[in-house]
Design a protein around this ligand. Structure first.
Ligand SMILES: [Ca+2]
Ligand SMILES: [Ca+2]
Ligand SMILES: [Ca+2]
Length: 181
């Protein structure tokens, strides 16, 4: 078990593609720094190792820039991942603890065919995962010309479990990528 965790950390902290785009949330531990430096066989700038989050076999990357939903998903794909897929409440609570609460973040939730037909970008059966819509959501707010067909974690005023909102896919928000460790 310890061996598996070790491998996950190594992958998460050292993948340069993800690290470059990272949000520098927390400093790596001394041991992680050592692992990375040994792996790379050369000294890396510290900032390239920051911003990594690892949980239950996944690596997460929180963007610091905004993008429309599809571009956000494309960015995640080009880094070997996809927008965040929330498989269980533990994952949501973990993410809720590391996001900047004042921002909304795109996740891998999208209504593709018709209203009410939500799906996860990685093919996970939407019906198999718990839902956490914020109060009154999804409302497909018709003030927006395009409707609201993309899912996000809703900004909030205090640190608690983040809830979901449907939003206009053509608006720019921060986003969260997920990749297998
Ligand atoms: Ca997941
Ligand atoms: Ca909608
Ligand atoms: Ca909404």
């Amino acid at each position: 078990m310890a061996g598996i965790l070790f491998l996950q950390l190594k992958t998460c902290w050292c993948n340069p593609v993800w690290a470059h785009a990272g949000n520098f949330l927390k400093k790596p531990t001394q041991s992680n720094m050592k692992i990375c430096q040994n792996l790379k066989k050369k000294k890396k700038k510290k900032k390239h190792l920051y911003g990594w989050a690892s949980f239950q076999g996944s690596c997460y990357l929180l963007s610091t820039t905004t993008n429309v939903w599809q571009r956000a998903e494309d960015q995640c794909r080009s880094s070997g991942g996809h927008l965040l897929v929330l498989n269980n409440v533990e994952e949501l609570d973990y993410i809720s603890g590391i996001v900047d609460i004042k921002y909304s973040y795109w996740i891998g939730l999208v209504e593709r065919q018709h209203e009410g037909h939500w799906s996860w970008v990685d093919g996970t059966d939407f019906g198999s995962t718990p839902t956490f819509w914020d109060q009154g959501q999804p409302d497909n707010w018709d003030f927006r010309v395009n409707g609201e067909d993309c899912g996000q974690l809703h900004a909030s005023g205090n640190r608690k479990r983040k809830l979901w909102n449907d939003a206009d896919c053509s608006l720019g928000y921060r986003y969260i990528c997920e990749a297998k460790a």
